[in-house]
Structure formats: structure tokens, C-alpha cells
Design a protein around this ligand. Structure first.
Ligand code: DGL
Length: 247
């Protein structure tokens, strides 16, 4: 299978990492809209317009599937992307909600949803989780994590201060949804901050779980072809890919 992975920038590489670890695809075409990131502070119409442009870009390749690694795009633009795409389009929000439901036995469990301003405002995770019978939800827009990760701040005082800023008054959750591509990068710091028993849901792992249930993957691809495209400075994207991915 040849798959396109779309993100607003570099963050979607965390999803590619999970895809590579599970060896599902023969070829992965990654497109990061690095010229226009961040999407998480933009409005719905802009996010939809950019997402449709990404679908147009992917028409240059004969893809079996487009995976939207970006939570913000998954929250707002999946229907419109599907309308203009000639292959299936799947997003991380539905997959993340399903992975959360699978990880939690008790429907009363408290779930904390983290994401960009746009993702949190969309209430997309809440809608999916409510359908699955989970109603004990808290949500927090933690947009500051995005520039911190881009600045390679993955631990230390500045990050700890943002944790205090965002979480000091929060009830300790049973599960935390990392509803943004960048957040898995600071997972060790988040694990350190929260209770030992808190479960973390990672978009990359969630999408792999979703794909394995939905499609029949009979072959493993140990050395898939990887192609990286960016709307600005593709070399910077490739450099980060070398640092974050096992390539
Ligand atoms: N990729 C975005 C997401 O997962 C985070 C970065 C942005 O704001 O564009 O929501």
C-alpha cells in the first residue's frame, strides 16, 4: 500500500514513527504544510481550504489512502477532504477516541483531552467519546506545547512551568489524549508530572490500531520507501525526520 500522510508541519512525523514501527506500508509520502503552520490557531474555513489543497497535492501520486496525522485538520476538514479525494481519507480523532475506549474498561473514567485551540474548540473528541459512552471528560487547549517542541524543549523548567500553568487546578485524569501531533515528543515529561496510573493515548499508535482493525495487512514492509515534501524548507523537515524517525 502506498499512503499519503498529511500534517500542518513536522508534528505528523510522530504518526509516521508508529507507522514505521508497525511496518504496514510499502511507500509513505509525507506532506507537511510548513509554510503555513500552525493550523491550531486558525479558523475552520482556513483549515478546510488548506486541507483541500493538500488533497490536490496528493493527486500527484497514486495513493491507496490518505492519513491525516494532524488533529486540527482531523477535527475540522475530513468530510471536505473526502469529497475532493479519489482515495479514502482517515483521521486521528476517531482513531484516538476508539483507542481510548479500548484502553478504558470503565465508562465513568475521567478523560483529559489535550490539543490545540482549534481542536479543543471543535469538541470533536468529545463528540466521538460521547458516542462511545464516555461522558466524564475534561478538555484543555495546551497550544504552548507546540512552539516549545519546535524549539526542542522536551523537558526542564520552562516545560514544567507550562504544566503548572495548564494543569494545576485539574482533577487527575485516568487517561490523557495527546490530541496534537507534537505532544508525544513531551510524553516522558507528562508521564513524570501525572500519576503513575494515567494512561496516555498517542495518535500514531491509535491510527495503527485503527488501520489494523479496518484493513487486512498481510505483509510487513521492513524498508518502506519514504518521501518527504514540505511547502517551505523541505530540508529542515528531512533533518527533523532523521532525528525523530528510525531512518
Ligand atoms: N499538527 C497540529 C495538530 O496536531 C499541531 C500544530 C499546528 O497547530 O498546526 O493539531
Amino acid at each position: 500500500m502506498k499512503v499519503g500522510v498529511f500534517d500542518s508541519g513536522i508534528g505528523g512525523l510522530t504518526v509516521v514513527k508508529s507507522m514505521l514501527e508497525h511496518e504496514l506500508f510499502e511507500e509513505i509520502i509525507y506532506f507537511g504544510d510548513t509554510a503555513r503552520v500552525p493550523y491550531g490557531i486558525k479558523d475552520k474555513n482556513t483549515i478546510i481550504r488548506y486541507a483541500i489543497e493538500a488533497v490536490e497535492f496528493f493527486k500527484n501520486f497514486e495513493l491507496s489512502l490518505i492519513i491525516v496525522a494532524c488533529n486540527t485538520v482531523s477535527a475540522y476538514a475530513l468530510d471536505e477532504m473526502r469529497e475532493s479525494s479519489n482515495c479514502p481519507v482517515i483521521g486521528v480523532v476517531e482513531a484516538g477516541a476508539l483507542a481510548t475506549a479500548n484502553a478504558l474498561k470503565n465508562k465513568q473514567s475521567n478523560i483529559l483531552i489535550l490539543g490545540t485551540n482549534a481542536t479543543i474548540n471543535s469538541k470533536a473528541y468529545e463528540k466521538n467519546l460521547n458516542k462511545l459512552g464516555f461522558n466524564n471528560l475534561q478538555a484543555k487547549a495546551t497550544g504552548l506545547f507546540v512552539p516549545l517542541v519546535e524549539e526542542k524543549i522536551y523537558s526542564g523548567d520552562i516545560l514544567e512551568a507550562t504544566f503548572e500553568h495548564y494543569f494545576k487546578e485539574m482533577q487527575t485524569p485516568d487517561a490523557i489524549i495527546l490530541g496534537c501531533t507534537h505532544f508525544p515528543i513531551i510524553l516522558p515529561a507528562l508521564q513524570n508530572y501525572f500519576d503513575k496510573g494515567t494512561i496516555f493515548i498517542h495518535s500514531g499508535e491509535a491510527i495503527v490500531e485503527y488501520l489494523e482493525k479496518k484493513f487486512d495487512f498481510t505483509r510487513k514492509y521492513k524498508e518502506p520507501t519514504l518521501k518527504f515534501f514540505a511547502s517551505e524548507n523541505p530540508d529542515a523537515l528531512k533533518k527533523i525526520a532523521s532525528a525523530w524517525l528510525p531512518i
